[in-house]
Design a protein around this ligand. Structure first.
Ligand code: SAM
Length: 251
């Protein structure tokens, strides 16, 4: 995975138009009028059990931005399902393996051809998400981040390679919107505990309540839509979830 792939210098250098041509037709105003109303933003208004009111996300204006990122997206199953659930949200899968990212791009192009007007809001790019996320996303940009069945890196000396850590959570908190949700799941119990304890230890994340998890349509997709989740389900394996909200820092 040391071979070359282009990395933008900063978020304004990202060519999202290439990824989502239907959302960037000729100019920003066309995008605005051509897009469906953002009804889903309202459903994001939630109050946590602690009584804290979580702000809704504003409807997209002018040039839309990527709001969901599936980190280590593998073969893209989650993106395909999320695409129809949130048709007005732009979302990107980030995948380190060249062939896998190419497969996902082709899968999406084939879906766009088969179902005209659909699947225009999902895309995939090859990158090392542990190194370059701030090159793609600006402060507060992402409303959802997914870390689904990440590589476990079992050996203690390799724990620093895990994609959830205090240092990386600080980076994820920076690019996430207040009220945004980070979804993690694994079938490796020890990694599940690791992700949960790292999220618990971080001051900018709080767990969703059971009631909130039950209401969130995305939660079931973590296993049913991902290729890894389907594999675990076929083998009747256990999964361990940690789903947290990005909160404002206490001043
Ligand atoms: N999330 C998918 C699913 O649940 O089906 C794939 C899970 S797979 C076990 C983990 C994926 O993360 C692999 O496809 C791997 O190439 C990718 N990956 C590992 N490290 C990465 C990194 N630093 N940046 C981007 N992708 C990475």
């Amino acid at each position: 995975s040391d071979s070359y792939f282009p990395v933008p210098n900063n978020p304004s250098d990202c060519d999202w138009k290439e990824h989502f041509p239907a959302f960037f037709k000729d100019n920003a105003s066309e995008v605005e009028s051509g897009k469906p109303a953002n009804d889903e933003a309202k459903s994001e208004v939630r109050s946590s059990e602690s009584g804290a009111v979580v702000p809704s996300f504003p409807a997209e204006k002018s040039v839309p931005k990527v709001r969901f990122a599936d980190i280590g997206c593998g073969f893209g199953g989650l993106l395909v399902k999320l695409s129809v659930l949130y048709p007005d949200k732009l979302m990107v899968g980030m995948e380190l393996r060249d062939k896998v990212s190419e497969y996902v791009k082709e899968r999406i192009l084939a879906l766009r051809l088969k179902y005209s007007g659909q699947y225009e809001n999902i895309s995939c790019l090859r990158t090392n998400a542990m190194k370059y996320l701030p090159n793609y996303f600006e402060k507060g940009q992402l409303e959802k981040m997914f870390f689904l069945f990440p590589d476990p890196h079992f050996k203690e000396k390799n724990h620093r390679r895990r994609i959830i850590s205090q240092a990386l959570l600080a980076e994820y908190a920076y690019i996430m919107a207040i009220g945004g949700i980070i979804y993690t799941i694994t079938d490796v119990e020890e990694l599940g505990e690791w992700m949960k304890s790292n999220l618990d230890a971080h001051p900018l994340f709080e767990p969703l309540s059971e009631a909130e998890l039950a209401k969130d349509p995305v939660v079931d997709l973590l296993t049913s839509a991902t290729e890894e989740g389907q594999k675990v389900a076929r083998n009747s394996g256990e999964t361990y979830r940690a789903i947290y909200r990005r909160i404002a820092s206490a001043v």
